[in-house]
Structure formats: C-alpha cells, structure tokens
Design a binder for this molecule. Sequence first.
Ligand SMILES: NC(=O)c1ccc[n+]([C@@H]2O[C@H](COP(=O)([O-])OP(=O)(O)OC[C@H]3O[C@@H](n4cnc5c(N)ncnc54)[C@H](O)[C@@H]3O)[C@@H](O)[C@H]2O)c1
Length: 139
Amino acid sequence: MMTQSPKNLRILITGGAGFLGSHLCERLLAEENDVICLDNFFTGRRENIAHLISNPRFELLRHDVIEPILLEVDQIYNLACPASPVHYQYNPVKTVKTCVMGTINMLGLAKRVHARILQASTSGRILGLCEYSGSALVL
Ligand SMILES: NC(=O)c1ccc[n+]([C@@H]2O[C@H](COP(=O)([O-])OP(=O)(O)OC[C@H]3O[C@@H](n4cnc5c(N)ncnc54)[C@H](O)[C@@H]3O)[C@@H](O)[C@H]2O)c1
C-alpha cells in the first residue's frame, strides 16, 4: 500500500537553489508544504528557483549556513555545500566551515525546534582536501 506524504509542513531546505535542492523545493511544494529555501548562492542559481518565487508557500532566504539562524520549521534538509570538486576545492577552508559549522548549526536548530533533519554529504569533499599517499590519506 502506498503511504501518502504528510502535507502542510514547514520545511527548510538549505542549498535550496542548487541542483538537488531546487528539485526538492518543487517536489515538497507540489506536496502542499511551506518551503523555506535558504542559500548563499555560491553555486546555486536564482534561475533554478525563479519559477517558484510567485508561489505563496515558497520563501527565499539569502543566508550562509556558517551563521546560526532560528526558524520555526518541522523538517530540515541540509544540502548546503558545493558538490563538484571544482567548487569545493576553490576555497577548502570555507568548504570545511560549511560542512562543519553548517551541520552543527542545522543540528542545533533541529534540536531547538524539534524538527526532523536530513543531512546530505559526500566523502568526496573530504578526499578533495587531502593528498593521497599510498594507503594513507594525508591532510
Ligand atoms: N549531486 C549529487 O549527485 C550528489 C551526490 C551525493 C551527495 N550530494 C550532496 O548533496 C548536496 C547538494 O548537492 P548538489 O548537487 O545539489 O550541489 P549544488 O552545488 O548544486 O548545491 C549546493 C547548494 O548549496 C549552496 N551553498 C553552498 N555553500 C553554502 C553555504 N555556506 N550556505 C548556504 N548555502 C550554501 C550553493 O549555493 C548551492 O545552491 C551536497 O552536500 C552534495 O555533497 C550530491
């Protein structure tokens, strides 16, 4: 039996103007939820979400996940981080801050407002910051 997705949730999508985030915004709006798209537009583009701006259930926030934020939400999808090597290697320190501080901030927010959280990540960003030497990764 198919289970129906819950409706009318307040959902925060960090990195919402990115590749995955913008599609997720679309999907969760189509399922009748209120969506807050948070992005610093490092790799995300306004064009990805331009068609959603007129939707009264959609809200766009320019913000960096490195900085804390307080929002009353039911769910958080933390997708904020550049995904491609060319972008995450551009400023490795910023990338680490985004991964670490961004995750800490979003986990803290989830705890404060009792929201469920999904954390997206990939080991590629960490590997990209390391030099591979034989069987050991050297930072
Ligand atoms: N695309 C994939 O195939 C894939 C696979 C595995 C994991 N992931 C993970 O999913 C997440 C999203 O991937 P994507 O392909 O949509 O990447 P993307 O680069 O298209 O989107 C990332 C978004 O995060 C935003 N962002 C980056 N740093 C930020 C910051 N400090 N504060 C706020 N926003 C910030 C960017 O502007 C962008 O809109 C990433 O964490 C990525 O590692 C992606």
